[in-house]
Design a protein around this ligand. Structure first.
Ligand SMILES: Nc1ncnc2c1ncn2[C@@H]1O[C@H](COP(=O)(O)OP(=O)(O)OP(=O)(O)O)[C@@H](O)[C@H]1O
Ligand SMILES: Cc1ncc(COP(=O)(O)O)c(N)n1
Length: 269
């Protein structure tokens, strides 16, 4: 039987830890078929990113239309979007194929840099990200560095995490998930979900490891896979949180730097 389909609009990580490689692994492990609109090829290994080659913006948009018009998708997500030109080109493509809040669920992971601090989104693309994609998002999933870039709020504690969720929600997404992985002093990794009314806390352990490469992509892809299967946003986020905790626990060393989280704990069971 044909499984549900999920589209990722994201970059390639040549080291295989993050980006579309993490997305496709996760979707496979979650039992959905993953499709790709590639935005950029990165030259990347376990130590960081040393090169980026962007795909022409019209080609990124064409991949979306090609996939959705033939294969059809039940959810879509973004990762590395690289530039304002790409965001401006994909916006009408998403609208034309019915991806976005109130239609096919759309998860915007506003990836701005790698875990090593390498820039993956041009500064000049921030306005397009906020103005074009946030209002169309079913869910946005920023980490704390992205929260600071987007809202100017430097989150230091859980009260700050709530303030940031409110500020992000005012930019137009239906739901906001403020990830707590970068709250380094916190003994837990608490992610906070907000819909403009209620806060839902998703607590989780903090494993003592640097092998967390691809954790944001894996979380957003597992959430998107659950949405494609018909879960509500709170159900999908709970599924994603459980999924990422187990994937961090199954992470492995790779190269001489930081290894990837592994979604394959799910298949080994
Ligand atoms: N050491 C850890 N142990 C357990 N869970 C973690 C750990 N680090 C991050 N997480 C979880 O992984 C998910 C991604 O969190 P994070 O805030 O690090 O986002 P991110 O920076 O986008 O991820 P990355 O850049 O590593 O792909 C969140 O659910 C977070 O709580
Ligand atoms: C192509 C691509 N997309 C996303 C990330 C973020 O992942 P991380 O923050 O774990 O480096 C990355 N490094 N590369």
């Amino acid at each position: 039987m044909t499984p549900p389909r999920v589209l990722t609009i994201a970059g390639s990580d040549s080291g295989g830890g993050a980006g579309i490689q993490a997305d496709l692994r996760t979707m496979f492990a979650c039992g959905v078929h993953g499709c790709v609109a590639l935005t950029a090829a990165t030259v990347q290994n376990s130590l960081g990113v040393t090169g980026v080659h962007e795909i022409p913006a019209d080609v990124v948009a064409a991949q979306i239309v090609s996939v959705v018009s033939d294969i059809g998708v039940q959810a879509a997500k973004t990762g590395m979007l690289a530039s304002a030109a790409i965001i401006e080109a994909i916006t009408p493509a998403l609208d034309s194929v019915g991806i976005g809040r109130g239609r096919v669920p759309f998860v915007v992971d506003p990836v701005s840099a790698s875990m090593h601090g390498d820039q993956l989104l041009a500064d000049s693309a921030l306005d397009a990200l906020k103005g074009l994609l946030f209002p169309r998002a079913t869910l946005v999933t920023p980490n704390l560095d992205e929260v600071r870039l987007i809202t100017g709020i430097a989150v230091k504690d859980r009260a700050g995490q709530r303030d940031a969720a409110v500020a992000l929600h005012e930019l137009g997404p239906e739901w906001v998930l403020v990830k707590g992985g970068h709250m380094w002093d916190d003994p837990e990794c608490l992610d906070l979900l907000y819909d403009g009314r209620d806060f839902v806390e998703l607590p989780g352990p903090r494993y003592d490891t640097t092998h967390t490469h691809g954790s944001g992509d894996t979380l957003a892809s597992s959430i998107s896979s659950a949405l494609a299967r018909g879960a509500s946003v709170p159900e999908a986020v709970r599924f994603g949180k459980d999924f990422i905790v187990r994937s961090v626990a199954a992470a492995y060393p790779l190269g001489s730097g930081d290894g990837p989280v592994s979604p394959f704990w799910r298949l080994e069971r």
